[in-house]
Design a protein around this ligand. Structure first.
Ligand code: FAD
Length: 569
């Protein structure tokens, strides 16, 4: 390449293959990082993100025939379910993070890590543009380009402000370790500020008014943690604050924890009421200023009112990162919340790009179209009707290709498929077909919502990461022998696996006072102190390393014996 002005070649032995890595300079002055295949085998895999999805992919990738580069502004993995505990000093930040270099160090796969964020994906030229958040590199340059053969996008999502005025400027978010540390500092600052002389009680009350916006699991857990922190630890040090502190939880819908079983919602609302946490449901935040939060009643004529506050935490769901928005525009997916992939996690229309975790969503429409086309293929006489026997075969086919859908469709009548076909072809369904339209339509609508709302959770992200790693581990084997694979189309001969089937292991909602609610598979609900111990055990077991496990357990022990730290550091 004539545009190269500098070249640094580093030879390294990796998985038995010799690879030459080169750093070169492009015409526009940006550094380009490429790897040249010496033995012709190494495929370049670039992973964006070191969160749940990216880390799970890296941990499970075992095939040494890849040249892997990881790009993320965070050089560690953070165990997000314990972030609310960090806000109040129950657990220390260091205890829930593991350096990414530590995680990939022991692997047979050679992995390089760049601390930078990707700001542009150029899918046509298979390059990603990155910017380092460190300003000390030798040339003083912070931008570089990385080329890939396969790109794994796992950059998660950002907090969603819904463009409500003042939210970004005045509220705290709870997505990253730094957010949790800032919250911890601000809580203590509020208590110190309210302790200063020459303030009226009214002013102290304003300063000690903590508002949590969003009644989802994270918002509820934070409100509960804060309540315990204040009542178990801080009031002992700030006795005058006891009667002045107030915690308000704002939720726009009718109930908090509305993705949980009704019994859990009711228990949580009653418990919060008993604890003195003011839960305001049907209250939508419309504006946040430096001193006040304005809410609009969703019902009752939409009255707008304002409340003064000392600290506000915004926890209302997730939005799209700018680099993903830009990429979606590039590939004709504008106006979506997340990158649409097919059920094999391939970004639609881009074979060598995969997206997983919070930044991606499986395209529901495509799956449904596919189901219709399976049906149409079976309808050989093009009559718009299938015999019961044919219909069962179609159903089996669907169950095999779409296990998630199969979960719901098994044992159901096939009538709603006829319904779908009728809609798409305008045909009349023959009376001879056994139908139970109501039951089947209901089943499909459940499939629809289940697939569309595959929750944005660590569970989903981690399972997708390990599924994709498994596909990559078997890629060579499949390329050599493409026959006989389950999914075998022109673009993806290598895919041997079934599409990932999400296994839901349940969800927890810690409610404070050593009580937790759990909704486990089979809609089994458990609430109370014993569930709190289940929560301790599950989270301790899920931590990423023995080091973090030991640190978190010792933090819990320290909290039991000495209480939480109140220095805010
Ligand atoms: P993330 O884990 O957010 O990782 C994204 C990664 O991408 C990060 O490393 C980030 O630094 C990096 N990145 C960002 N931008 C760029 C860029 N431009 N270029 C390169 N890299 C980039 N889920 C559960 O299942 N159970 C729980 O109990 C639970 N509790 C939660 C509590 C809180 C407070 C929060 C905030 C979330 C919780 N979640 C929980 C949800 C869970 O954390 C997310 O669903 C999960 O983190 C998504 O994983 P991900 O890999 O898609 O994204």
């Amino acid at each position: 390449n004539s545009s190269l002005t500098k070249m640094l070649i580093v030879f390294t032995i990796s998985g038995g293959g010799l690879v030459a890595y080169s750093e070169s300079k492009l015409d526009n002055g940006m550094n380009a990082i490429t790897s040249t295949e010496v033995d012709g085998k190494k495929k370049r895999v670039v992973v964006l993100g070191t969160g749940w999805a990216g880390t799970s992919f890296l941990k499970n990738l075992k095939n040494s025939s890849y040249d892997v580069q990881v790009i993320s502004p965070r050089n560690y993995f953070a165990f997000t379910p314990l972030l609310p505990s960090v806000t109040c000093g129950t657990v220390e930040p260091r205890s829930i993070v593991e350096p990414i270099r530590n995680i990939v160090r022991k692997k047979s796969v050679y992995v390089r890590y760049w601390e930078a964020e990707c700001f542009k994906i150029d899918a046509d030229n298979k390059k990603v543009y990155c910017r380092s958040n460190l300003t000390t590199n030798l040339d003083g340059e912070e931008e570089f380009v990385v080329e890939y053969d396969y790109l794994v996008i796992a950059i998660g999502a950002r907090a969603n402000t819904f463009n409500i005025p003042g939210v970004a400027e005045n509220c705290h978010f709870l997505k990253e370790i730094e957010d949790a540390q800032r919250i911890r500092r601000t809580v203590i600052d509020c208590f110190e500020k309210a302790s200063l002389p020459n303030l009226t009680d009214e002013e102290r009350k304003k300063i000690l008014h903590f508002v949590v916006v969003g009644g989802g699991p994270a918002g509820v857990e934070f409100a509960a943690e804060l309540h315990d922190y204040v009542n178990e630890d801080l009031v002992r040090l700030y006795p005058k604050a006891k009667d002045l502190v107030k915690i308000t939880l704002l939720e726009a819908t009718d109930h908090i924890l509305n993705t949980f079983d009704k019994r859990i919602t009711a228990f949580a609302e009653e418990k919060f009421q008993r604890d003195g946490i003011d839960v305001k449901t049907g209250a939508m935040v419309v504006k946040v200023s430096g001193k006040e939060i304005s809410t609009k009643e969703v019902k009752n004529g939409g009255n707008v009112s304002s409340m003064p506050y000392g600290m506000a935490v915004w926890s209302t769901g997730i939005g799209t990162r700018p680099v993903i928005m830009d990429f979606m525009k590039q590939i004709g997916q504008a106006n979506r919340r997340a990158l649409a992939t097919d059920e094999w996690l391939r970004v639609e229309g881009r074979d060598s790009i995969y997206a997983l975790g919070d930044c991606a969503t499986i395209n529901q429409r495509k799956v449904m179209e596919d189901i219709c086309s399976i049906f149409r293929k079976a309808d050989k006489d093009n009559s718009g009707t299938l015999t019961v026997k044919e219909f069962r075969e179609v159903l089996d086919d669907i169950c095999e290709r779409y296990p998630q859908v199969g979960l719901y469709l098994k044992n159901k009548q096939m009538s709603s498929l006829v319904d779908l076909l009728k809609e798409s072809k305008g045909d009349t369904v023959k009376e001879s077909v056994e139908v139970n339209l109501e039951e089947f339509t209901l089943a499909l609508s459940k499939v629809d919502s289940q697939m569309k709302n595959l929750p944005a959770t660590a569970q989903v992200a981690a399972q997708q990461g390990s599924y994709l790693a498994d596909c990559f581990n078997r890629m060579e084997e499949c390329e050599k022998n493409p026959e006989g694979f389950l999914h075998n189309n022109e673009q993806a001969l290598w895919i041997v696996a079934q599409p990932p089937e999400y296994k839901h292991f349940g969800q927890f909602a810690p409610l404070g006072g050593e009580q937790t609610a759990a909704q486990l598979p089979g809609d089994w609900v458990s609430i109370g102190h014993s569930t709190q111990w289940l929560w301790y055990s599950v989270y301790a077991s899920k931590l990423v390393s023995w080091r973090t496990r030991a640190l978190v357990i010792s933090d819990w022990g320290r909290r039991f014996i000495f209480g939480r730290d109140s220095s805010g550091i």
